[in-house]
Design a protein around this ligand. Structure first.
Ligand SMILES: Cc1ncc(COP(=O)(O)O)c(C=O)c1O
Length: 363
């Protein structure tokens, strides 16, 4: 029986995307060096959670930080706090931000907060979008990088201008920094420098970092105190979160210093795709470890080609393709530890073959 693309990816000699399989080994590696007698956290208190929160607050340059089971929970809460503070149940963000398209309208259904959509779907938020906003909002959320459009970024000056404007107008500025570490090499800034432009910040612990799950929400003491209350209301104050915290800490230490390497590798990888027929990446030159690969070919045809390349070279670029329209499909490339493990000659063979087959597909 023919393999599907996801089966080919899972069994590949050289899968290219991400950090590798999410399996028991990921847990075992993280727990391996931890003292057997280390005690669990208890309902948000205890050494294991408090020390990690302090460490992350320091890294982000904020007074205080709270560990959350998910970014979805953390960000809805952040926007609820800012909306209550100002007495305006309206926030502004990008039309393709996570809250708008991936959270089953949690912000609207649970918190009755309306969203104002800034900009067109295919570009990042610019200063003029904020200046042209007619609604009065309590907060603006910026997602760095803007994941659904390939991880594009505004330039740093724009961030500074938006931050100053929000301060002047009394609008809270929140950062969806699910992939914050990943954009620091492009901006050539520390996490604390970027976060200083925002009133509240969320970072993920399982994307570029590769933990199991979890998020950090950071800001001033009064903000995080309130966030903890909302965490309990949301059922997020679990009796024990230490499996998530310890794995997050382990992989933070292992990977936070590798973001520059992933970024450089992403630029190289995208250039290989862009040298092929019928392929383009968005953005053309990546600004983080991620980018979107668009094949100008029907999904079934592109899938068949990727499977042939997999069969002949052992290199599998992705486990899935998303249909854009009848003649185009795409996937999200995300550079992690695996890219480095693929021998260059194998990778180049795979790209040569990909290009030949894509060229032939048009004839
Ligand atoms: C940009 C962005 N924000 C927020 C989230 C939510 O994170 P979580 O899966 O921890 O709820 C994600 C998850 O994919 C994301 O990509």
């Amino acid at each position: 029986m023919n393999k599907t693309l996801i089966e080919a990816f899972k069994t590949a000699e050289y899968p290219v995307n991400g950090h590798g399989k999410r399996n028991m080994k990921v847990l075992k590696d993280a727990f391996d060096t931890i003292d057997d007698h280390l005690e669990s956290d208890m309902y948000g208190a205890g050494k294991v959670i408090e020390e990690f929160q302090e460490k992350m607050a320091k890294y982000l340059g904020k007074k205080s930080a709270v560990f959350f089971p998910s970014g979805t929970m953390a960000q809805q809460i952040a926007l609820r706090i800012w909306s209550d503070e100002k007495g305006i149940k309206k926030v502004a963000y990008h039309p393709l931000c996570h809250l708008e398209i991936h959270e089953q309208d949690g912000l609207k259904k649970l918190h009755h907060i309306e969203s104002v959509l800034l900009t067109e779907k295919d570009r990042v938020i610019e200063m003029e979008d904020i200046l042209n906003m007619e609604d009065e909002v309590s907060a603006i959320l910026l997602e760095l990088p803007q994941r659904e459009i390939g991880g594009q970024l505004p330039d740093y000056k724009t961030l500074e201008d938006i931050s100053s404007y929000c301060k002047e107008k009394g609008i809270r500025l929140h950062l969806d920094g699910a992939r914050l570490y990943e954009v620091l090499p492009f901006y050539q800034k520390t996490a604390a420098e970027v976060c200083s432009l925002f009133d509240s910040v969320y970072v993920s612990l399982y994307k570029g970092i590769g933990g199991i799950a979890g998020a950090i929400l950071a800001g001033d003491e009064s903000f995080t105190q309130e966030a903890k209350i909302w965490k309990t209301r949301h059922g997020g104050n679990l009796i024990s979160l230490y499996p998530y915290i310890l794995t997050a800490d382990h992989y933070f230490e292992e990977r936070v210093g590798k973001m520059e390497q992933y970024f450089i590798e992403a630029i190289e990888y995208a250039s290989f795709f862009n040298a092929c027929h019928r392929v383009e990446t968005i953005p053309a030159v990546p600004v983080s470890n991620m980018f979107h690969v668009h094949f100008h070919l029907a999904k079934e045809k592109a899938e068949a080609i990727l499977l042939e390349v997999a069969e002949e070279t052992g290199v599998v670029f992705t486990g899935y393709l998303k249909e854009v329209n009848d003649h185009q499909c795409s996937y999200e490339a995300s550079i992690g530890d695996l890219y480095h493990t693929v021998p260059k000659d194998r990778l180049m063979d795979a790209f040569w073959m990909l290009d030949e087959k894509l060229k032939a597909a048009g004839e």
